[in-house]
Design a protein around this ligand. Structure first.
Ligand SMILES: [Fe+2]
Length: 388
């Protein structure tokens, strides 16, 4: 007796002890012959199939489902492969990983790599990329003092991605600055460039000189903060994941605008994936005034929580170090430094997060997990207990 039931738009067959349904178009579209052997791109055109596409026959043959279609085409599917698509509507993706929240004490646990190590060993690049996916931040030490070194480091993850400031940006001060473009004042916690339609993903900040007094770097795992907001103020959290907030950047030849959600969710696993937060680049909020009664309390509460020292990692970035972080996940800032106390020069670049994930998929498949990268220990106590 055939265990397969042919229905109007699809068929049922027994998998994992129950009847599993597969749509005819989906089956035909994903026949093994649909793909180019060299490029792995789909060369089959489902649009050209008839509206009433259906099998002439379908049968189970050992570990395979075999179909003869109405035009005579034969398809063969491994049952194990079909089972995978029953379990989940999402593909198994190495790069969809749970984010590990971290707090003010993260500096000593932060993943560290040397420039020489990652430039010479792709397995270390896989571990570095994994740290970026899990922790959102890592430190690369022993950087040569050159623009080329930064570019080479970025290119281990992907192509350097320009912003409205160009392919790289420089943050500098001198003992006797010629202009005030770069001041010694504190920089509030922010994520970079939310006025761009797609705000930059991974940020590289290479410290070339740091002889100034003060100016410690500040980093906050904004997903850790957003998760606590979700627990303690669920209505605020929901609102900040829904409102599209205007951001704007202007110069005498630029007027860059985009709307962003303050808290972003990962479509892969539903986790908080990042934030867009920059008070100095926020435009005039243009929601109906009555809605401001709801929006501002949520916005202010989240911003105040971001500033809570319990979440803030503070440290001095030294010459020869490059801090690499997920610009959506990690809010960053800087304490004030003493003007005229010494030179300070950082150079930055961006790479898209999609490039990081691509690199991780390829390298992790090629270099399975090594013992060299030991992720930091998770705290035993629940998140809420750490934040008082
Ligand atoms: Fe910044």
């Amino acid at each position: 007796m055939s265990a397969i039931v042919l229905l109007e738009n699809g068929l049922e067959l027994p998998l994992q002890g129950s009847a599993s349904y597969f749509n005819y178009f989906w089956l035909r579209d994903n026949c093994a012959t649909s793909w180019d052997g060299e490029t792995q791109e789909r060369t089959f055109d489902i649009l050209a199939e008839p509206d009433n596409l259906h099998p002439e026959s379908a049968r189970l043959n050992g570990a395979y489902l075999e179909i003869v279609w109405c035009d005579g085409h034969h398809s063969r599917y491994e049952l194990q492969w079909l089972e995978r698509w029953c379990r989940s509507s999402h593909q198994d993706d190495l790069a969809v990983r749970s984010r590990r929240p971290w707090y003010s004490d993260h500096y000593s646990n932060m993943a560290r790599f040397t420039y020489a190590q990652v430039m010479s060993n792709p397995a270390d690049v896989a571990d570095w990329a994994q740290a970026m996916l899990d922790d959102g931040v890592a430190l690369v030490q022993g950087m040569p003092d050159s623009d080329e070194a930064l570019q080479s480091l970025c290119e281990l993850f992907g192509v350097v991605r320009p912003s409205f400031s160009g392919y790289a940006f420089d943050v500098f001060s001198k003992a006797s600055p010629e202009n005030l473009a770069y001041t010694s004042k504190a920089l509030e916690l922010h994520t970079d460039l939310p006025p761009e339609e797609l705000a930059p993903g991974i940020q590289f900040l290479h410290c070339r000189i740091n002889d100034a007094q003060g100016g410690d770097s500040l980093f906050v795992d904004a997903t850790a903060v957003a998760n606590v907001l979700k627990e303690q103020y669920p209505a605020y959290f929901k609102l900040l994941t829904e409102y599209e907030v205007p951001f704007r950047y202007t110069t005498n030849h630029q007027d860059v605008r985009a709307r962003q959600r303050i808290i972003e969710l990962d479509p892969g696993n539903g986790e908080v994936s990042g934030i867009n937060f920059s008070q100095h680049l926020a435009d005039v909020f243009d929601f109906p005034q009555r809605e401001m009664d709801l929006f501002y309390p949520a916005f202010r509460k989240f911003g105040q929580m971001l500033q809570d020292p319990a979440y803030r990692m503070t440290f001095r970035l030294n010459a020869g170090e490059c801090i690499v972080f997920d610009n959506h996940r990690i809010a960053h800032g800087r304490e004030a430094f003493i003007d005229g106390s010494g030179a300070r020069y950082l150079r930055g670049c961006y790479v898209d997060r999609g490039e990081l994930r691509s690199t991780y998929r390829v390298l992790r498949a090629r270099y399975p997990k090594t013992a060299a990268y030991v992720p930091f220990n998770q705290p035993d106590e629940p998140v809420l207990a750490r934040i008082s």
